[in-house]
Structure formats: C-alpha cells, structure tokens
Design a protein around this ligand. Structure first.
Ligand code: GUN
Ligand code: ZN
Length: 385
C-alpha cells in the first residue's frame, strides 16, 4: 500500500508505565496541539453561545465542524468564495471535520446507505441528495479542515444484525480507499480513517489491520458511545489501541463524559469529541470536579460559591484573580430565562474538559497517572467523604 502524505507531525512525550496512557504533541497546519485532548463541537462553524475569541481564551486549539451542516449552509460555493471554514468563522487555530454520514444517519431517519454513498432527503426542501465518499472529501477540501474524517458506514453497537455489521466494516474500508483517491490536498489536510466493527472484537481486529495498511496520518475508533455497556466499550477501545502503531494519534469519536475520557486515556486513546458538555450547559448543567450539578435546582438559589471551587475558568475565577466571580446562585437565577446563563455554563464546561485533559497530560508526564485516576474518581463519587 502506498505511503500516504501527512500534514502533521506527532511526537510521543511520555508513556504511563502502569496504564496505556500517552502524552504527545501533534503539530497540525494551524499550530501544535497537546494530547490527550478534548475537542469541543462547533457544528455550524460556531460553538453555541461562545465567540471564537472566548473559545481561544479557554485554551482550545482544535475544534470540530460538521461537513454535512456546512455543505448545506453556507454551501460549497460560499466556502470556496470565502476561502474555507477558518476564514468563515475567524478561527486561526485547527479544525477537524466529521465526514457527514454519521450526522445524516443519526439525524435523519430516512437516510439510506448503499455502496455508492448515503442517500437522504434535503432538510431544506425535501429534494433527494446523495453523499458519496468523493463528495464528502470535496466538501472537506473546500472547508479546508486540518483533519478530515473519511465517510464511514456506522451501525449502532446495540444492533443485533451481525451481517449488516460485517458489511458496514468492509464498506468503511472500501470508502476509505475512495476517500484517499479523491483527497485533493494530502500535503495540506490530514485524512483520518475510522475503525468500525461494532462490539465484535475479531471484526474490530480485522478492520484495524485493513485501516493500518492504508497508512493515514491518524486513526479514529468509531461506532461507539451508542449506549453499549462500559465493559464492552472498554474492550473495543483496548483491542484497537493494542494493535495500533505508537506513532499516530488515536481519536475515539463521540466520547465526552469526564469519566469516559479519563478511562479511555488509560486505554491508550489521545483525542475525543462530544456535543454533551455544550448541550447539557444549555439545560443548566455544570460539569464539575464533584460530578454534574443541575443549577436549575432550587437548592442553588442562595448558593454564593463558584460553579466549581477547583475551576480556573474565566467565570469561576474570582474578581481578584481577574475572573468574573460567577456564583451558582447567579447561574440559577439566569438559567432558562437569560441566554447569559447558557453562555457561562458553556464556557465553564468546555474549560473543565480542556483542563481535565491538560491535567491528565501533566500527570502522565510526571509518572503519576494512576493516582490522578484514583483521585478523579474519588472526588466524582465522593469516596473521599
Ligand atoms: N461520531 C461519533 N461516532 C462516529 C462514527 O462512528 N463515525 C463518524 N463519522 N462520526 C462519529
Ligand atoms: Zn469554571
């Protein structure tokens, strides 16, 4: 198999001697990023409730956009005219785009998958549309994302249809070949493959072998986080990471609960994304070192402590420390009525997850990841009380 060009460099900084956790640095076209990392999701070239400057101020250097959404609006002609998604959203840091198929299948019940691609009805005017691997790559080339994802055939892990799961795995490999063929700028944009195969470990192993042969600059593990048991999720991530080359970044798609990030890092994963932390913020939920708190609850009405005492985000930091000194009582007062409540919690939640991964990285480098994991779970489940 031909050597693929890469538009990234990857350096391993440290490895945990007990778990499979790694600390690394990946240099992308729009600058270096430190792994492990959480990538917030800015579906429509915007992280709901935050300006690009605010996202930057939290330390985010890589966020997600969606090919499906940007391909519909503003559309390929506008993306070409403005010169890509970085310019569109005034974001000079890195962007990763998901390929679009997963969003269609999860959002549109009527999507139909054939060997050609994903057929669906336009949510705008109901007209029939087709997303092929070639079209997804063309759109992602117009977006100009630093990391592009292959179009893949994703089946819910909970599906009982074994035959369909096998077909989806093999089709994802064939679609990767078509994506590699159609990619116009491999020297400027990195194409990542996505390992499929459901919860069947042999199917996953077969997929890893095929994907690794294609030598993409980075590797994703897909098809997870669909309600499967945690033990099965862990077995899949571990089976894949065991077989993956050390010197490439590993991205587990759709994972965003703090507990899952900490465990998945221990299993050897480097990158994660999820809409949950930003979506849940809009329902009044604060993700904190003591678990998730719903600040709509009446018990917070007169609680004048910060959203999280241990948080260094611009909202939780005190006025004396140059922050806003936001209290739980203030967010309680705002949430559900004033959009500022959602903005504050979005900022806090994104910072919390970025910082959780920054601290995990520090612990891996210091050789203390096992005690980091213990302390993290101790606080979340209050074993220390
Ligand atoms: N987002 C979460 N899981 C997946 C997956 O398996 N494939 C793609 N393309 N996106 C995802
Ligand atoms: Zn905070």
């Amino acid at each position: 198999m031909a050597q693929q060009k890469a538009a990234l460099s990857f350096e391993l900084v440290a490895k945990c001697s007990v778990t499979r956790a790694r600390a690394s640095t990946m240099v992308l076209p729009h600058g270096p990023v430190e792994l492990p990392m959480f990538m917030p999701v800015a579906t429509q070239a915007s992280l709901k409730g935050l300006t690009p400057e605010q996202l930057e101020s939290l330390g985010c250097r890589l966020c997600l956009n969606n090919t499906y959404h940007l391909g519909l609006k503003p559309g390929q002609a506008t993306l070409d005219a403005v010169g890509g998604a970085h310019r569109l959203q005034s974001w000079n840091h890195n962007i990763l785009t998901d390929s679009g198929g997963f969003q269609m299948v999860s959002l549109l019940k009527l999507a139909k998958i054939t060997e050609e691609g994903v057929r669906f009805l336009s949510p705008h005017d109901g007209s029939p549309m087709l997303l092929t691997p070639e079209h997804s790559m063309s759109l992602q080339n117009s977006i100009g994302s630093d990391i592009m994802m292959q179009l893949d055939d994703v089946i819910a892990t909970t599906s009982p249809d074994k035959e369909r799961m096998v077909e989806a795995m093999h089709r994802s490999v064939r679609w990767l070949d078509r994506c590699i063929e159609a990619h116009k700028y491999p020297e400027k944009q990195n194409l990542f493959c996505i390992i499929q195969g459901g919860l069947d470990l042999d199917l996953r192993r077969e997929c890893v072998k095929e994907m690794v042969k294609r030598d993409t600059p980075g590797i994703a593990i897909g098809g997870l986080s669909g309600g499967e048991e945690k033990a099965k999720y862990c077995a899949v991530v571990r089976t894949c990471t065991e077989m993956l080359p050390d010197m490439k970044p590993r991205y587990v798609m759709g994972v965003g609960y703090p507990e899952d990030l900490v465990v998945s890092v221990a299993l050897g994963a480097d990158m994660f994304d999820c809409v949950w932390p930003t979506r849940t913020a809009r329902f009044g939920n604060a993700v904190t070192s003591r678990g998730t708190l719903n600040l709509r609850h009446a018990s917070y009405a007169a609680d004048f402590s910060p959203v999280d005492e241990n948080c260094g985000c611009p909202c939780c930091r005190s006025k004396e420390d140059g922050g806003l000194g936001v209290t739980k009582a203030y967010v309680h007062h705002l949430t559900g009525k004033e959009t500022a409540g959602a903005h504050i919690l979005t900022m806090h939640n994104v910072y919390y997850l970025l910082d959780l991964m920054r601290n995990a990285r520090k612990a891996i480098i210091a050789g203390t990841y096992p005690s980091f994991v213990k302390e993290f779970f101790g606080k979340i489940y209050k074993y220390d009380k």
